[in-house]
Design a binder for this molecule. Structure first.
Ligand code: TYM
Length: 330
């Protein structure tokens, strides 16, 4: 008998432009993993409605995100790409998992605390958000979850929820483990906070070279380097860190020495970074333009993905309902 490949699930919110942090922390890894795993990737629109948004813009964002993911190299023939709300079992399982999730665990989630500080008034969805994330993962019996470091706490909760559910209704869900990359925590242009859509400190993945150049020009560098002739310390500089992720190694080494010896100023260093980024991202930008010209193709890929996802999700829900004593006898 052939063994099934280990399964992966990961998700991304359609809450703004795909950015370099998403790419280096998660999406680049998603693309690599399709050979060795049975991969499910999900545009999590149900998560995105927990923060203020414009209904008229959401569908466009879902589309743009799908374009960005496909353009980044996800091959729909080798993975399942779908939109979360197209698979109603996610919301159903979330409700059922809510019955074994301690409230206190939800209240101590960092992302909940950050978002409630940021948005002031707090809706219940923001609090129960991690249960939906646990449902996303457990519905597919995912073994591994490729994410950035900011999602580790949500994954710990997912494991806890799986453990509690298994303890109450019998061993069924695996406890998923994260898969992190070297770029698991990319800092934003401020060089302090995590790069994020909501903080507006991000480098958009699909920007044109000119736009990339102006965005990167706003990045904070070594604060102790005031004048161009001062030697800088690349090891406290986020722009240098980004060079480490996107520039060819010789270029990165060159910039390191030139910074330390005041051979180049910060503006030149940033321009080299945006030049390298533009080159790295050019094929992605081109593929995105092609995909935008064929929206039907993109929606069809998502539709086909949802058909497959629903089939797998349904099998799980039949078992979950039975074990929880719901519905008529089988
Ligand atoms: P989201 O949409 O904020 O981010 C998507 C992915 O990008 C990673 N990421 C980063 N990695 C490194 N550096 C950064 N600055 C950075 N910013 C974002 C995130 O860690 C994530 O992997 N709650 C999740 C979405 C979600 C999910 C899931 C993830 C819903 N259900 C199930 C995994 C499994 C989120 O808001 O990601």
């Amino acid at each position: 008998m052939t063994q099934r490949k280990p399964r992966i699930l990961s998700g991304i919110q359609p809450s703004g432009a795909l950015h370099l942090g998403n790419y280096l922390g998660a999406v680049q890894n998603w693309v690599r993993l399709v050979d060795d795993y049975d991969c499910f990737y999900c545009v999590v629109d149900l998560h995105a409605v927990t923060i203020p948004y414009e209904p008229a813009e959401l569908r466009e964002r879902i589309f743009e995100l799908a374009v960005g993911l496909l353009a980044s190299g996800l091959d729909p023939d080798r993975c399942t790409l779908f939109v979360q709300s197209e698979v109603p079992q996610h919301a159903e399982l979330q409700w059922l998992l809510g019955a074994v999730t301690p409230l206190g665990e939800l209240q101590r989630m960092t992302q909940f605390k950050d978002k409630s500080d940021q948005w002031g008034s707090v809706n219940a969805g923001l609090l129960t958000y991690p249960i939906l994330q646990a449902a996303d993962i457990l519905l597919y019996h995912a073994d591994r979850v490729p994410v950035g470091a900011d999602q580790q706490q949500h994954l710990e909760l997912t494991r806890e929820v799986a453990r509690r559910w298994n303890g109450r209704f019998g061993e069924y869900f695996p406890e998923p483990r994260p898969l992190l990359t070297r770029g698991a925590r990319i800092l934003g242009l401020d060089g302090v906070a995590k790069m994020s859509k909501s903080k507006g400190n991000y480098i958009p993945l699909l920007a044109e070279p000119d736009a990339l150049k102006s965005v990167v020009r706003t990045a904070v560098t070594d604060p102790a380097r005031v004048r161009k002739d001062d030697p800088g310390n690349p090891h406290v500089c986020n722009v240098f860190d980004l060079h480490g992720h996107v520039s060819p190694i010789e270029d990165r080494d060159d910039v390191e020495i030139l910074c330390q010896t005041a051979g180049i100023g910060c503006v030149q260093c940033k321009d080299r970074l945006s030049g390298n980024l533009a080159e790295l991202l050019a094929p992605i930008r081109e593929r995105a333009a092609e995909l935008r010209a064929h929206p039907d193709r993109v929606w069809r890929i998502l539709g086909d993905g949802a058909v497959h996802a629903r089939r797998v999700a349904d099998e799980t829900m039949v078992e979950v309902r039975a074990r929880m004593g719901l519905g008529p006898p089988a």
